[in-house]
Design a protein around this ligand. Structure first.
Ligand code: NDP
Ligand code: 8X3
Length: 250
């Protein structure tokens, strides 16, 4: 029987690429995001290949998140794979200059949003004693870099929560893991720098990871045999050695 995956942040970047990758392999999709037009476009593109349902909600809104997931029609209710991907960085400032709204956004979306979505999906998995959760962390969850403070904190939290989930869901044979990319060329920097020109330079002078590179690794993780769980992956583009060392041409 075909599996169904719910992907948050499916309107852009890694989430959207994962939707296309999963569809290629016959995985039915529940695509989530706030930009409904984009969800419609992806649904139109993929619904010839797999069944696609869209959910429009802001992961910061607890009630809206729980209601949206509870509204899934019967044929999409069984979520076999959860990809907790929605998230972003907001700002890149030293802690003393940090913007409280940016901090709220990162903690509310990257950490609390991930928890709200998981809370709605996990009971079905524990009841069926099967399922797989992949949390999209970051190299920023493994290493703190200058001015990364709260974003790095949010991604460290994602990794701690991932480990906690894996421990608590172990009796139910639910696979839990994190995929942690370094620099990926998506809308991430546009959001981080609020459309500022700096965003255009982030991926200049080297070949950053592309969203499709990450999507392939996510698909690899969900296509392992039942006894294999990919618990943690750190992936960089070749030009990147760690959070601060990137070999760029002038
Ligand atoms: P994009 O900005 O391209 O995509 C972010 C996605 O998150 C969008 O689909 C957006 O959808 C969704 N999203 C953002 N805020 C909310 C919200 N409040 N409610 C619901 N959905 C939301 O970035 P990426 O694809 O790069 O980022 C995806 C994940 O990968 C994030 O968790 C990010 O931290 C992580 N990551 C990114 C890296 C990079 O360098 N790009 C590196 C390592 C990790 P919409 O706006 O329609 O709601
Ligand atoms: C995104 C990668 O280095 O901008 O998580 O934090 S980085």
């Amino acid at each position: 029987m075909k599996k169904t995956a719910l992907i948050t942040g499916a309107t852009s970047g890694i989430g959207r690429a994962t939707a296309y990758e999963f569809a290629k392999h016959g995985i039915n999709l529940v695509l989530c995001g706030r930009r409904q037009e984009r969800l419609n476009t992806i649904q139109e593109a993929l619904s010839d290949i797999v069944n696609v349902h869209t959910l429009n909600f802001d992961v910061r809104d607890k009630a809206e998140t729980l209601k949206a997931i509870a509204s899934l029609p019967q044929e999409f209710k069984q979520i076999d794979i959860l990809i907790n991907n929605a998230g972003n960085a907001h700002g890149l400032d030293p802690i003393q200059n940090g913007d409280l709204d940016d901090w709220d956004a990162m903690i509310d979306i990257n950490v609390k949003g991930l928890l709200y979505v998981s809370k709605a999906i996990i009971p079905g998995m524990t009841e069926r004693q099967s399922g797989q959760i992949i949390n999209i962390g970051s190299s920023a969850g493994k290493e703190v870099y200058p001015n990364g403070n709260v974003y790095c904190g949010s991604k460290h939290a994602v990794l701690a929560i991932t480990e906690g989930m894996r421990i608590d869901l172990n009796p139910f044979e639910i696979k839990v893991g994190a995929i942690n990319p370094g620099l990926v060329e998506t809308e991430f920097s546009e959001v981080r720098f609020k459309g500022d020109a700096i965003a255009n330079n982030v991926y200049k002078g080297y070949k950053a990871l592309q969203a499709e590179d990450v999507a392939e690794v996510i698909y690899f993780a969900v296509s392992r045999p039942a006894h294999v769980n990919i618990a943690d992956v750190l992936m960089f583009c070749t030009a990147q050695a760690n959070s601060t060392i990137v070999k760029k041409s002038n």
